[in-house]
Design a binder for this molecule. Structure first.
Ligand SMILES: [Zn+2]
Length: 441
């Protein structure tokens, strides 16, 4: 007897590199995992049946780089250079945040992600106990890292983030994993990065860091250290533990070799990179040499949404555009980046990111009865290029239904929207000389 049967959707799977769609299959779930995917499983074999006729089942999307609570700052800094974005807007405003603000900001982002079919996120922020509490409540999956800067008091801050890892590792029935989160080589001196690497090793965890987001960061690193940010991170010993590097938009040839040899995964954020005009990672070249790449949103203050289908679409489009070649980053590959490859980047390969027996039942059901999804010559292409977040009908994580018929079941959306709007006026204040950090110019 199965716990749950999802009856008769089309099912998106990966056959090696190729996304294939199985017509009218059923997905049986037991103990939070996918127990069977087959054309004929009778309703009598399950305790509960969810009719998904005419829908498309896809693996829950994976967001490999986010600052989830930054939805609180969506739209506050538009059309400005990255230096002003940080120094004049975001870092002053972040000095206003309380723990409770972070909690409601996290729930806001998680609600948006569930509605868009995003079931796993690698988050990198502050007051991460609040984010963990929000994830626990929302029912999603997360790899959480407490962002830490170097400089005065860095030791103490690092110890706080170590304690966070110990508090939350494998919490929420294993849905939460916790890593360390050194912010970047431009805010963490090499000696401090070495300490973080040693701590990660002692804890047996990985780390999540920003690397080479802009060409200017690489130039400054070369001037200061004689090395690229990737080489600085490598030399500090970061790559001795599983490392998730956000952006890496400007790798030099030797950087690619260091990343590959170190088993470093990259979370590439095409919308933020294009919107800030800072450049998009050469993803096909990275994959060519064997680097695992997933997609990220970055914070909603730069990306303005947590929609990973949008990220996959943008990644396919920008890579084709940069190469001047429509054959680059085909449909299957773009969908894999948003699912299977993203899961691998977070060390969750075999756990989530695919609809296969034995994987956790992180499943998204898309409605297909819309003009923009008709006719259905190629469902994978329709998903990548035509579907909208609003087409997501149902979302499950570990076989638990988090949204059904577009109704969120774990988050009180009206309350979240109210809590967030009540906080806005205070949060957007910018006081002179008050900011959490300074972006080097
Ligand atoms: Zn970021």
């Amino acid at each position: 007897m199965y716990d749950l049967l999802i009856q008769n959707p089309a099912v998106l799977q990966f056959d090696g590199a190729v996304a294939t769609v199985l017509p009218t299959h059923s997905i049986a779930v037991s103990n939070g995992r996918i127990a069977a995917i087959a054309p004929n499983i009778s309703a009598g074999q399950a305790r509960e049946v969810l009719d998904a006729s005419g829908m498309l089942a896809v693996p829950g999307f994976v967001n490999c780089h986010a600052h989830v609570p930054m939805g609180l700052f969506r739209g506050v800094a538009e059309d400005v250079l990255i230096e002003r974005w940080f120094n004049d807007y975001i870092w002053p405003m972040e000095s206003n945040l309380t723990e409770e603000d972070v909690y409601w900001g996290a729930l806001l982002g998680l609600a948006e992600m569930i509605e868009a079919g995003v079931t796993t996120v690698a988050d990198h922020y502050f007051a991460m106990d609040e984010v963990a509490r929000a994830v626990e409540q929302a029912g999603t999956r997360a790899l959480l890292a407490w962002a830490v800067f170097g400089g005065d008091g860095a030791q103490e801050r690092l110890q706080d983030t170590v304690a966070f890892v110990e508090r939350w590792q494998d919490a929420a029935n294993g849905r939460i994993r916790a890593w360390l989160g050194p912010h970047s080589p431009y805010t963490c001196e090499p000696e401090f990065l070495k300490q973080v690497a040693r701590q990660a090793q002692a804890l047996g965890v990985g780390l999540h860091i920003h690397l080479s987001e802009t060409a200017e960061q690489v130039r400054q690193s070369l001037a200061q250290h004689g090395k690229t940010p990737v080489a600085v991170a490598h030399e500090a010993g970061l790559f001795a533990v599983p490392t998730l590097a956000a952006h890496v938009a400007h790798p030099e040839q030797n950087d690619l070799e260091l990343l590959r040899a170190g088993g470093v995964a990259v979370g590439s954020c095409p919308k933020t990179s294009m919107k800030l005009g800072t450049g998009v990672a050469p993803v096909p070249a990275m994959r060519q040499v064997g680097i695992t790449v997933g997609l990220g949103s970055d914070g909603a203050a730069s990306n303005n949404s947590y929609d990973m289908l949008e990220a996959a679409r943008m990644m396919a489009l920008v890579q084709k555009h940069m190469a001047g070649d429509p054959r680059v980053l085909p449909v299957s590959e773009a969908l894999a980046l948003a699912t299977r490859e993203g899961a691998k980047a977070l060390g969750l390969g075999g756990v989530t990111g695919e609809l296969r027996e034995g994987f956790q039942a992180d499943i998204v059901l898309f409605r297909l009865d819309a003009p923009h999804l008709t006719p259905q010559h190629n469902l994978a292409a329709s998903l990548l290029y035509s579907a909208r977040a609003n087409d997501v009908d149902t979302v499950l994580v570990d076989g638990r239904v988090l949204m059904r018929n577009r109704q969120l079941l774990t988050i009180d959306k009206a309350q979240v929207l109210r809590e967030v709007s009540e906080r806005m006026e205070r949060l957007v204040q910018r006081l002179p000389n008050r900011r959490i950090q300074t972006y080097p110019t």
